[in-house]
Design a binder for this molecule. Structure first.
Ligand code: ADP
Length: 435
């Protein structure tokens, strides 16, 4: 369903005009209000009037997470404190969190893009949404909450974790949709089976999953386990939160629509920063076209993906592929770049193995080693020793063929790999970093 049909189907030429107008206004404003940007422009002799539209974006410098950290907490705000009605923060792995702020209008935009996203995911007025994203500084909880209310859904603000309570509410309140991290959805799918609750007792139809990279194996596991249709929601606090892009439930697997009337995406080379042609993989960069409190120009997300128009008849907005990983999460193993989602992609074709896996990276002498720990699928738990050997050999061969690396495979029994208890899950244990 379309929440805002006139915008979601705006002809591309009109969409460009709107983006160009918004960008000119945004650039003039940040130059005037944010000393950090004024200084950056002045350093390279760029004037706001040099930016006439999105085709000139490449002239602008990037904004990086380190810029936010250097101006912690409010240095990049373009509005006085009295105009800021909400603060969120991302966890931040090194020391201080990244603080972001919202004006009243920013919250209205956040709400609108989440409402569009939930509608694309299958949500409708009158349905019940069990919101199992964490409430608090994390943008997921409140972000999804406001958007769902705007769409007219009944929101159950349960937050993440407390699996027994999730099942109780899911059954008693007949929740139609759940949103959470894909790894937590995987935990729910598994725990449901363990508790002997039949998915027929649930009313769930849809799952909206995001906040961490995931691929088709997890989709299959969640869809089968919970009896839902699962779509991807993407976003980051610096740009607004979840709802920067969303997959349509009828176009699963073809990418997520970027709400580009508010967030203009580019893909650039991760080493040179040069813009890349449509469809190529690189770092995703966003310019906020309408954000008031903390507008960002060419924000370097560190996420690796591609963007493309697939000329779907439903919407005109550009799509982005699944995130392969954050460029700072990318493992370099014996010179080969590796994202854990590549392993997940291979797993989807091996019936005997489950979607519970973890990569352990270590270094013996000068060589990096990767061990893939993966649990046997429930359907194959009685597989003989020889059978397991065969699966192991096949998996290892596929990894070698597709990625070009030899990895040690360790097939474990169900329950041997850590599960998400409600939040994001780390699929990689890098022992090289733990000294
Ligand atoms: P934190 O930094 O605390 O994790 P954020 O919510 O700002 O908080 O994290 C945003 C990041 O989460 C994105 O830059 C991306 O790496 C990841 N992310 C969010 N949604 C998805 C998704 N659907 N697929 C893959 N990665 C995602």
């Amino acid at each position: 369903m379309l929440f805002n049909a006139p915008i979601e189907t705006l002809p591309l030429s009109k969409l460009r005009q709107l983006q160009n107008k918004r960008l000119r206004h945004q650039v003039a404003k940040v130059y005037e209000k944010v000393p950090f940007y004024r200084q950056k422009f002045d350093e390279i002799g760029l004037k706001p009037s040099d930016i006439k539209g999105v085709k000139d974006l490449h002239k602008l410098p990037f904004t990086k997470k380190s810029d936010l950290r250097d101006h912690y907490p409010f240095g990049l705000f373009a509005m006085p404190k009295e105009e800021i009605i909400r603060i969120h923060a991302s966890s931040g792995t090194t020391g201080k969190p990244t603080i972001v702020g919202y004006s009243r209008n920013d919250i209205a935009i956040f709400t609108e893009v989440v409402a569009r996203s939930l509608a694309a995911a299958g949500g409708e007025k009158g349905m019940t949404l069990q919101n199992a994203y964490g409430y608090g500084l994390f943008t997921g909880g409140l972000g999804l909450h406001y958007g769902a209310e705007k769409l007219g859904m009944t929101v159950v603000p349960v937050s993440g974790g407390m699996t027994d309570r999730q099942f109780l509410l899911m059954q008693d309140l007949q929740s139609d949709m759940i949103c959470c991290t894909p790894s937590y959805a995987q935990t729910l799918a598994e725990e449901l089976g363990k508790r002997g609750i039949s998915k027929d007792f649930l009313h769930l139809k849809y799952a909206v999953l995001g906040a961490e990279p995931w691929a088709e194996t997890i989709r299959q596991c969640v869809e089968t386990g919970l009896g839902v249709s699962a779509t991807n929601i993407y976003g980051l606090s610096e740009i607004i939160g979840p709802g920067v892009s969303q997959e349509d439930v009828e176009e699963k697997g073809t990418g997520s629509y970027v709400w580009e009337d508010h967030f203009f995406p580019e893909i650039v080379d991760k080493d040179t920063g040069e813009p890349l042609p449509e469809g190529e993989f690189g770092v995703l960069v966003f310019t906020t076209l309408t954000k008031e409190a903390m507008p960002l120009l060419r924000y370097w997300t560190n996420d690796i993906t591609n963007i493309y128009y697939d000329h779907s008849e439903k919407r005109t907005h550009i799509k982005m592929g699944a995130i392969r990983g954050r460029s700072d999460d990318m493992l370099i193993i014996r010179g080969v770049n590796l994202f854990h989602t590549q392993i997940e992609d291979i797993l989807k074709d091996i019936e005997a193995l489950s979607a519970n896996y973890q990569l352990i990276v270590s270094r013996t002498s000068a060589m990096d080693d990767v061990e893939v720990k993966v649990e046997i699928a429930d359907t194959h738990k009685h597989l003989s020793e020889d059978g397991q050997q065969e699966v192991q050999g096949f998996f290892s061969k596929k990894i070698k063929e597709n990625i070009g690396l030899s990895m040690k495979i360790n097939i474990l029994k169900t329950g041997d790999i850590p599960r998400s208890e409600g939040g994001k899950l780390s699929r990689i244990v890098d022992l090289r970093k733990i000294k």
